[in-house]
Design a protein around this ligand. Sequence first.
Ligand code: SAM
Length: 412
Amino acid sequence: MSASPARRAASHLLETVLEAQRPLEEALDGVPPMDPRDKAAGHRIAAAVLRRLGSLDAAMEPWLRRAPPAPALRALRIGAAELLLLGTPPHAAVASAVSLAPRPLAGLVNAVLRRLAEAGPAALDGLDAERLDTPPWLWAAWHAAHGEAVRPIAAAHRVEAPLDLSLRPGATPPEGATLLPTGTARLPAGTRITELPGFAEGDFWAQDMAAALPARLLAAREGEHVADLCAAPGGKTAQLALTGARVVAVERDSVRMGRLRENMLRLRIAPELVCEDMARWQPAAPLDAVLLDAPCTATGTIRRHPDLPHLRRPKDVSKLAQEQRRLLHAAARMLRPGGRMVFATCSLQAEEGEAHLAALPEGMRLDPIRPEELPGLEGCITPQGALRTRPDQGPEGGMDGFFVMRLARVGG
Ligand SMILES: C[S@@+](CC[C@H](N)C(=O)[O-])C[C@H]1O[C@@H](n2cnc3c(N)ncnc32)[C@H](O)[C@@H]1O
C-alpha cells in the first residue's frame, strides 16, 4: 500500500514546520499539486499533530525505547493523531502510517501504532495535556502574566477557532451564523468563507471577534483623517474606511500589500495605499487618529496557527517588543494635539502588551477604555483601562488573545 496524498501532504507539512522551522502557511504553498480535498485533509491531520504534539509523543513513549529518526517519527505522529484524535478507523490509520515510514522502520511504526490502536483514545487519559502541549517557556510566561488562567488558555489551544466575520454595514449575516453582542457573525470552525453567499459581493471579511475591537475603540468618524499603520491584509483598514473616515493604509511588505489591495477591491473600499516602513512615512498634515496593529509574536492566535508554539522563541518576544516601542513612538509623532491612537498586538505576552503601558511616548496619555464601550467584555478591561482578551474568554468558541490600549496626544 502506498501512502495516501493527504498523509503525504501531512508529512510534508510537519517536516516543513518542525524540522525546517517554516510557517505552516508557507508549507501549505509548497505542497505538490493535488486534489484540494486531499490537501485540506492533510492540513487537518498536520494541525492536529501540531496542536497535540506533546500529548501524542507522551502516549507513544511507553512503546518507544528511544526517539526514532525524523521520517519514522512523523509517520508515528500522523498515525497517533488519526487513532487518538481524528477517529480514523484503526486499520486504515495504522496501515497508512506504516506506508509513510521508511522501509527499515516500518516494523517499528507498525508495532507502536498497533499498541496505540488497542489502547484507543484512552491512551490520552491521565496525561497533563495542557502542559504537555505547551512549550515550557510559554507556560512560564503566561503563568507570570495571567496567573492560574494559564491552564484554560492552554486548553483553549486544543480547539480550532470558529470562523468569525465582520459585516459591511447593512449586510445580512450568512445563514447559520450567530450574531455576537459586539457585531461579529460567528460560524463553525472549518467553514470555508469563499463558499458563503455574499463573499464575492464583499458583504463580509474574516476577522476574529477580538481583532475587530481595536478599530472600534478608535471610533473614527466621517471626514476624519486616519492612518492604519500596519495594515495588511486589511481587516482593520476596512472597518476604518467603512466609518466614512479618509483612510490611508500603510504597509511595508509589498506582497502583503497586494493581498490588502485585493481585499479592498472585493469589499469595494478605496483607501489610499502606501507601501513603506511606517516609521519613515510622514503624513502631509498631522492626523486625527492612527491605528497601530503592531507586528508581534501572535501568540494570541495559536488556535488559528498551531505552528506558532513550535516556531517562536523567547528572543522573538523581546525583539518584537523593542520594534513595537519604535513604531509606537513613530506613530505618536503623526498625531495632531488631541489626536487618538489605538495600539494593539495579538499576543498573550505581557512584554508585548501590558509592559508598554509603563513607557508611553512623550506627549501621550492613556485614554482609558470604558466598560460601556464593550458590552459583554467589561471583565476584559484592565484596572488601568487597557483591554486584555484571552482565547479562553468570551462567548462560546472563545476569541483571540489581544492587548489593546488607547492613547491621546495631550493638548487640543
Ligand atoms: C498584525 S499584522 C496587521 C494586521 C492588519 N492590521 C489587519 O487587521 O488585517 C502586522 C502588519 O504590519 C506590517 N508591518 C510590520 N512592520 C511594519 C512597518 N515598520 N511599517 C509598516 N508595516 C509594517 C507587517 O508586514 C504586517 O502586515
